[in-house]
Design a protein around this ligand. Structure first.
Ligand SMILES: [Zn+2]
Length: 309
């Protein structure tokens, strides 16, 4: 019945109310009767699919290969959010989605960051500019909670509870899949802890300050160059500052990421005599594999760069 809404504009949505009423207020379902879950961007889509399984229909709101921070919503997506059973998001990452949730889905949103203890956004994060953190709705905490597997395990458990409330008929299945997902993430956390215990260095220089939770959990120190807009000439002052820190801490590798130009990282690496390597903030769907395989690839990249035994 959501097909009726192809006309789309927010102002015309009221017309469609009669069509959605049959599904129950605030608990709309897809055509096949499954709860419709709108997931903000890749890691949230992944965890929604793991926990929801075949009992839900998950739709990702951010196109693969695009920077989630830059999300703009179409009128159709806003309509789908309004009709959905649950929106899985992180407040403060995507201002357009925050606005849609506040306007149309405030009672049926699951904020993954609210499920865990957050850390403050670092000073480095302020200049996030090109990635969009600059216009954060709530810049007081670091939103990248999915990069700490132990926190993400907590998100899985709480999402299972929430889905059980949305669709009580399948409560046991949601809770069981949540437990399975949480234990996979807990195992991953164990691999990280073990893999990053004995290392020659603990400083990671990243382009985008996405790894605060990872650093927090495993005792690493993140130095981010993202204050520099990756698309323009970097500020010589910041570049020199980061280069100094990198030399002081004997950094061997400057990390870059797929969705951001490697130019700044390459300049910096040349300056300090380091290599570059891709450390994926897993904000977008990986080309192959999934969240878990990408997180394991990141672990190997970190172990090599930090000289871990
Ligand atoms: Zn980010």
């Amino acid at each position: 019945m959501s097909r009726m809404r192809s006309l789309g504009l927010a102002g015309t949505l009221l017309i469609a109310t009669t069509a959605t009423a049959a599904c129950g207020a605030g608990n709309a379902a897809t055509g096949d009767g499954k709860p419709a879950v709108m997931a903000a961007f890749y890691p949230l889509q992944w965890i929604s699919q793991q926990v929801g399984g075949a009992d839900v229909s998950v739709t990702g709101l951010t196109k693969p290969g695009t920077e989630p921070h830059d999300l703009e919503l179409t009128a159709r997506q806003v309509a789908d959010i309004k009709d959905s059973s649950l929106v899985v998001y992180i407040k403060g990452v995507q201002p357009a989605l925050d606005e849609a949730v506040d306007g149309h889905a405030s009672g049926k949103a699951f904020d993954a960051a609210a499920a865990v203890s957050t850390i403050p956004a670092t000073g480095d994060d302020e200049g996030h500019g090109e990635q969009g953190h600059a216009d954060h709705a709530d810049p007081t905490y670091d939103p990248h909670v999915w990069l700490d597997p132990s926190r993400f395990a907590t998100v899985a458990t709480q999402l299972g509870e929430r889905l059980a409330g949305v669709d009580p008929a399948h409560a046991a299945a949601y809770k069981q899949r949540a437990a399975t997902t949480a234990s996979a993430l807990t195992a991953l956390d164990g691999e990280y802890r073990k893999g990053l215990t004995t290392c020659a260095g603990r400083a990671i220089v990243t382009s985008h300050s996405a790894f605060g939770y990872l650093a927090d959990r495993y005792g690493l120190e993140q130095i981010s160059v993202s204050g520099i807009d990756p698309e323009t000439e970097p500020s010589p002052t910041r570049l020199a500052e980061v280069a100094d820190i990198a030399r002081q801490k004997n950094v061997t590798t400057i990390f870059t990421e797929e969705l951001v130009s490697p130019k700044v990282a390459e300049i910096l690496a040349k300056e300090v005599g380091a290599k570059t390597a891709v450390l994926n903030p897993i904000e977008s769907a990986p080309g192959d594999g999934d969240y878990l395989s990408e997180a394991r690839r990141n672990l190997e990249t970190l172990r090599t760069a930090l000289g871990c035994s």
